[in-house]
Ligand binder design. Sequence first.
Ligand code: DX5
Ligand code: ZN
Length: 216
Amino acid sequence: MTKIAPSILAADFSKLGAEIADVEQGGADYIHVDVMDGHFVPNITIGPLIVEAVRPHTSLPLDVHLMIENPDQYIPQFRDAGADIISVHVEACPHLHRTVHLIKETGAKAGVVLNPHTPVSMIEHVINDVDLVLLMTVNPGFGGQSFIDAVLPKISRVRQMAEKLGLEIDIEVDGGVKTATAKKCADAGANVLVAGSSVFGQADRKKALEDLRTSL
Ligand code: DX5
Ligand code: ZN
């Protein structure tokens, strides 16, 4: 079954606990947390303090997407704060294999993320070691951007790679996922959909989640 991971980037930060409870009650599967450092991406968001603050407010897995340089320095802090899945960008990790294993040593699930232009071949030699592959369908940094259709064949490529190797990994897409684009992602082989504005940006989050599922 396709999982939906609302991104708190589009939530009201003045009442984050209630916002997360709202989407959990509405049927969300993961809570997606966008961490940006103002270097790897042109925006600054949140750090481990906020992960720690929201942890008691949900029993859903916290899916932490690190859009930061030198993630190795911060991975243990995010795990200690309560992250269940920690994903790092291929483009930010010169020693990706080491970083993936650092994540796994903390006890978290490890994900690798590809920007829209980064070829799938970049993860060919590490896919056996990961729990999740995240394909960006926008250039990371901001919510509310338009879905990039050119990424769709990459989703199928990763699904084929995983099937060939007998791997049961999550294939997640992030950026511009809404009722008009969700089905294309699921049909291509994605089983986790990150949704920011199309869930937290809507007044009725339960309905927004249902609408996304119905669109599949
Ligand atoms: C973009 C972030 C996304 C963002 C998605 O850099 O990684 O998770 O919150 O927002 P929407 O769904 O509005 O495109
Ligand atoms: Zn994200």
